[in-house]
Each structure stands twice: as C-alpha cells, then as structure tokens.
Design a protein around this ligand. Structure first.
Ligand code: FES
Ligand SMILES: [Fe+2]
Length: 379
C-alpha cells in the first residue's frame, strides 16, 4: 500500500511533529505493510526462553500469521524453524510438547532432528523403501530462522538480513551490560498473559512514558513519583527510569536475591525500556521482566509477561508467596494501563484526529518510537 502521505511530519522536531496517523493503528492494509517491514524486516521478539525449557521441548508460535517453531536441542541451545514440513508443507507441530524422538510430520512421517536435519523419509521410494535418489535429505532441512537470546527473550530476524543482534542493539546491551547474566523464571507464578483490544504500538507508547503516572497509577506514584523518573531516548529503544525503586520485602524481611555484581547505582534505580518493535523490558536489582507484544491484527494484541530472577533455585515452594506477590504487583500496574491503551485505540477511529500533539518535555520517548516506526516503514 502507499504509506499515509503525512508520515514525514512524524520525523520533524518534536515541537512541530505529529504522531503516526490513524491508519497506522486501524487499517488492515497498513498492518500487512507493517508486518513485512517492522516485524519481518529485522529483529523482533518471538517467545520466552522458558517456552521450551528442556532439550526436546518444541513450542509452535504463530508470529503474525507466520508459523514458527521454537526448539530446544540436545545441546540445550534454542533454535527457531519455520514450522512447515519440506514435503507437502504440512504444519509440523500444533501444540507445545516435549518430544522423545524426532520432530515427525503427522502427514507422511518425514522426520527432523532438533537441528532441523531431515532424518527419516518412510516409503519415499515406495512401500518399504525409505530413500530415493531424487530425495536428498541435506537439501531438505527445516528452514531455520535467525534467532538470538537476550533478557530471557528469543528474538528472530525473519529477513535474515539485519545486522547481528549484538551490533543492532549494542547501545542497549552496553547500557544494561550488568544484567547480562543467567535469568531464571520464577515458575508458573511468574507468567501471565493479557489480551487487549488495541494496536500493539499503543502498548509501546504507553510504556515509554511516565507522564501518566499521577493519574493512571496513583499508588505507584506515591512510591516512585513522576519527578523521580527520567527519560530514555534512543534510535532503537525508549523508555524511562526511576530513582526510587523499592524492593519487595516478604515475611521475616525476606528479599529476592540480587543479580550478581551490580553497581551501587542499581540499589534504588530501575529502568523500563521498549526495545523496538515489540518487547517491553524492566530491570531491577532483584528481578527483571519482559512483556512480549504479539499483534493479533491491527486492533488486538496479546501481551505475554514473564518475570525473571537471579536465583537458579527461585522456583521452590518457600518462595511461592513472594513470587505471586511480585507478579501481582506488576499485573495490577499493567491492568491500570488497559483502559487508556484501549481508549487510545478507540480514539484512532476519530477521523479528525491528526496523530496528536506531543509535549516537548514529557513525550520525547514516545516521539522516538514514532520516528523509528516511520523510518522503518519509509525504507
Ligand atoms: S507433508 Fe510432511 S511428510 Fe508429507
Ligand atoms: Fe502505565
């Protein structure tokens, strides 16, 4: 499709800029363009490492309609494949499961190992004959999708053309280098999902800013007030930090273990960053979280949240109350945002809305995101 004509106004200095036009939030045609350029054209978040925790685990992911398969292989590495058999294009795996043998296609039983190699082709040369000179297994491996793990999240580059993840995101990796250490999911109590009637971009935009704190999160604003926040603005990520992070303290003054070797600055500081396009990350001395935004269409978004901890043995019954409490605190905060994120989506059907006017002081991170989207679409 032709992009909305006024996209260039998004790129102007914040004082003159307008936000992305309505079509970017409600048009099916625009959504298809965005899917190709924004989600399939470079690195995007796909899944959690905890979606396939053990060797032999396979987890299908519908990535904006593209069938992908997350596989934990025998070396404990994660790989992502197109979830499609090389024979007649059958979907290979329909549900997350633990496999003992190879990945077997349910149609004619062609089978692949966890590195995507075709290892069995029963009767392919006729009944009882499992090979044929025309069928060359090494040419028929599963199509591997380039992937990278960071912050407990599996990222993919469907295009295969993006710069290496460590290069593309070197600034954020540098900023949070201290958090580049093993992350451990706090079990089922540390995972929850929400489905919102909104475009995924509005979830990013709302996450980037602290402007709404006093009105949408009055209780959080008591602990971590708006004036203790600072903005984070960059070409490929944006968000906010707080200088007033207070750890959860359980019974008998119990606390979660800190990540190892953090500088003193993190004693009372936390940061919340949207890594474009679709993952919202938060880091604290004693836990981190990631929210994956999985678009289900222009006006529906699945939000998948996981909380991670430093302690390898975090997922034990004696920690359950605190794990539940920490997840509840975050779920309450995210629930408080639902009304405005869905309300902004409804607002995008107001035909005279012009993308909106940014506050030059408060909306810088949101503008950074809009500029990134506009630039990515205009390439
Ligand atoms: S489609 Fe998979 S084996 Fe035939
Ligand atoms: Fe919020």
């Amino acid at each position: 499709m032709d992009l909305p004509a006024d996209l260039s106004t998004v790129l102007k200095p914040i004082e003159e800029a307008r936000g992305l036009p309505n079509a970017c939030y409600i048009s099916e045609e625009y959504y298809q363009t965005e899917k190709q350029k924004v989600f399939f054209g470079g690195w995007a978040a796909l899944a959690f490492i905890s979606d396939a925790p053990n060797p032999g685990d396979v987890c299908p992911v519908d990535f904006l309609g593209m069938p992908l398969l997350l596989v934990r292989n025998k070396d404990d590495g994660l790989k992502v494949f197109q979830n499609v058999c090389r024979h007649r294009g059958m979907i290979l795996v329909e549900e997350a499961t633990h496999l003992r043998g190879p990945i077997r296609c349910p149609y004619h039983s062609w089978s692949y190992d966890y590195d995507g190699n075709l290892v069995r082709t029963p009767y392919v040369g006729g009944v009882g004959i499992d090979d044929h000179e025309n069928i060359c297994p090494k040419d028929l491996s599963l199509h591997e999708i380039r992937s990278h793990v960071w912050q407990g999240v599996v990222f993919v580059d469907v295009s295969g053309q993006a710069p290496a993840f460590n290069i593309a995101h070197k600034d954020l990796l540098g900023r949070w280098a201290e958090f580049d250490q093993p992350y451990h999911l706090g079990g089922a109590a540390s995972r929850f999902d929400m489905t919102l009637d909104t475009n995924w971009k509005l979830a990013v935009e709302n996450y980037c800013e602290s402007y709404h704190l006093p009105w949408i999160h009055p209780e959080l604003n008591e602990i971590s007030p708006i004036d203790a926040h600072y903005h984070i603005e960059h070409d490929s990520y944006a968000g906010q930090g707080s200088r007033n992070y207070r750890q959860l303290i359980g019974e008998n003054s119990k606390k979660f273990k800190d990540f190892e070797g953090l500088g003193d600055v993190w004693d009372g500081q936390s940061e919340y960053v949207a890594l474009f396009p679709n993952v919202l990350l938060g880091v604290h001395r004693d836990h981190s979280f990631a929210m994956l935004l999985m678009p289900q269409g222009p006006e529906k978004t699945l939000e998948r949240v996981a909380l991670y901890y430093a302690d390898k043995n975090i997922d034990v019954p004696e920690n359950l109350d605190m794990l539940r409490e920490n997840a509840r605190i975050w779920q309450d905060v995210f629930n408080e945002d639902v009304g405005v994120v869905q309300g902004m989506q409804k607002g995008r059907h107001g035909m005279y809305f012009d993308g909106g006017k940014f506050s030059p002081v408060m909306d810088g991170p949101t503008h950074s995101f809009h500029k990134w989207v506009a630039r990515t679409l205009m390439v």
